[in-house]
Design a protein around this ligand. Structure first.
Ligand code: NAD
Ligand code: ISE
Length: 332
């Protein structure tokens, strides 16, 4: 029997996940959608034969919905995730889990009170073949103990909902989660350096350079540039005591013509991480236990809050995590 999923938020990623669940994955059916814009929801629901709800909370409560995917804007996630937990339904929530550490902690507390893990957060780097290969090399010891990692996260431009601090809360938060997973340790302090502002920045402090200090003294730098115009470019290289390992370019051909070699650059996250989203939702639908949950969403948000403070003050800010509840010591 298929898992009957309701999707809240039918914008860019909501529609991409609906396409994935409807045409790529098996064992799953999108039976309901909701959006604050009812016309958008109706337009998506029609061809699927799904029910369009005016209110996402009605979708969560519906007996026709077994599990919920939250793909609306970040500051709306908390209410839907809490409702799904209260209804005892598995919920896939696009990143960030919520936009403040307090909201993320409320979700953690609700899940702990429920007593069973229901929440999965959409940090898709953990499912990407290149990041997984990089982690395998690191864990194998082939490059020795890690010392540093250099990352770059470049977007061609920013979506309409983007606010100045989204460089950290919506964009860098991916690397914040990736780093915790890659190195299996917590980030203890953050600094944010502010290079000269790009003439393409459009009112945003862009680019930025985050410096993340890990508990074991590894240091990670993350360049965030969200208006590079030339495409979507994600990089990462780990320096170990005995060698280095770096993400390669994905699925790229090179064309030699008229005295030049050229390769395409992905347009956006859908092109670069398409296969990772497939694996991410495949594992969620199949109920695979291992994956980023509420605690990871909370931890990423605490680091991202610290980074926002570091950006505002120019100072090094320490990260203070709450004590991790026992529920998160074991897989879901
Ligand atoms: P979008 O603006 O294209 O779509 C968001 C949709 O949510 C819109 O249709 C909007 O009307 C709807 N919406 C807003 N508030 C709502 C509410 N309270 N209830 C129901 N619907 C509501 O944005 P997007 O780019 O699709 O981003 C959505 C979320 O997905 C964000 O949290 C973003 O950070 C995340 N995202 C993740 C990735 C990734 O790589 N994992 C990529 C893009 C976006
Ligand atoms: C967007 O919300 C995403 O999650 C993309 O993966 C990221 O590259 C982009 O910066 C965000 O705005």
């Amino acid at each position: 029997m298929s898992l009957r999923v309701g999707v809240i938020g039918t914008g860019m990623i909501g529609r991409d996940h609906i396409r994935r669940m409807s045409t790529v994955l098996s064992g799953v059916e999108v039976v309901a959608v909701a959006d604050v814009d009812p016309a958008v929801a109706a337009g998506v629901a029609g061809p699927l034969g799904a029910v369009a709800h005016a209110d996402g909370l009605d979708l969560v409560a519906s007996d026709e919905v077994d599990a919920v995917a939250v793909c609306s804007w970040g500051d709306t996630h908390e209410a839907y995730v809490l409702a799904a937990i209260a209804a005892g339904k598995p919920v896939f929530c696009e990143k960030p889990l919520a936009t403040t550490r307090e909201a993320c902690l409320r979700i953690v507390e609700a899940e702990v009170a429920h007593g069973r893990r229901l929440v999965r957060v959409g940090y898709m780097r953990r499912y990407d073949a290149a990041y997984r290969a990089l982690k395998q090399v690191l864990d194998s010891g082939a490059i020795g103990a890690p010392l540093m990692m250099h990352c770059a996260h470049r977007n061609a431009g920013v979506p309409a909902f983007y606010r100045p601090e989204n460089t950290i809360t919506d964009t860098a938060v991916h690397e914040i989660d990736m780093v915790r997973w890659m190195f299996g340790t917590e980030i203890v302090a953050v600094r944010v350096l502010r290079p000269r502002v790009s003439r393409n920045a459009g009112g945003i402090r862009d680019p930025l350079l985050l410096v993340l200090e890990l508990a074991d003294e590894v240091i990670v730098d993350v360049e965030i540039s969200v208006n590079v115009r030339y495409g979507y470019d994600i990089r990462g290289e780990i320096l170990g005591e005995d060698g280095t390992a770096a993400l390669g370019d994905q699925n790229l051909i090179s064309v030699r013509r008229a005295g030049h070699v050229t390769s395409p650059v992905p347009v956006d996250w859908r092109e670069r991480f398409g296969a990772a989203y497939d694996v991410e939702l495949r594992e969620w639908v199949d109920g695979v236990a291992d994956g980023p949950g509420s605690w990871d969403g909370y931890a990423a948000s605490v680091v991202s809050d610290a980074a926002v403070r570091a950006l505002r003050t120019g100072e090094r800010v320490e990260v203070d995590l709450a004590e991790r509840p026992e529920l998160y010591d074991r897989p879901e």
